[in-house]
Design a binder for this molecule. Structure first.
Ligand code: FES
Length: 164
């Protein structure tokens, strides 16, 4: 059964106190819970937040399933979100995704690689079109101005880093 850490519970309380409406705190609390749950929002996470925040589970679930930054199933340690919208798409975003997935051993989008390190998603414009094609790993700063060679190197470097 998922439970936030004591720190996490204190964080939720402080977020609830920040806003006039409890619903306004849902996104930030979901981020925290996702981080503490290994990178995804399980039904147990929704239930726990619902009790803690005194908000119906259906409302928290609606937010969680609406935004692509909340994962509905387990992801690898590195969740690689490749922009494939117009500019990135035209400059090779899809080919880049395919090449990186193959290198990582992922057969399809959303899969976790056999070593547990990688999951790939295609996402909509991340607002950095002038450095297309680009991607974001987890919530880290963007990795930009990519090509296939740089993408493959990125996968190899992350694999070398492994669980560290
Ligand atoms: S199209 Fe990729 S960042 Fe805008």
């Amino acid at each position: 059964m998922f439970q936030l850490s004591e720190e996490g519970k204190a964080y939720v309380k402080s977020e609830l106190a920040r806003y006039e409406s409890k619903q306004s705190a849902i996104i930030r609390c979901l981020y925290r819970a996702q981080d503490e749950n290994g990178g995804w929002v399980s039904p147990e996470v929704i239930e726990h937040l619902s009790q803690l925040m005194d908000i119906p589970a259906a409302q928290i679930d609606e937010v969680s399933t609406f935004y692509t930054m909340f994962n509905q199933k387990p992801v690898g340690k590195y969740h690689v979100q490749v922009c494939c919208t117009l500019t990135c798409g035209m400059l090779g975003g899809r080919e880049l995704t395919d090449a990186m997935m193959k290198e990582a051993g992922c057969k399809k989008l959303g899969d976790v690689s056999p070593d547990g390190l990688f999951t790939f998603s295609k996402v909509e414009c991340l607002g950095s079109c002038d450095t297309a094609p680009m991607l974001q790993i987890n919530r880290d700063p963007y990795t930009e101005s990519l090509n296939t060679e740089k993408g493959l190197k990125l996968v190899r470097d992350l694999r070398a880093k492994g669980g560290k």
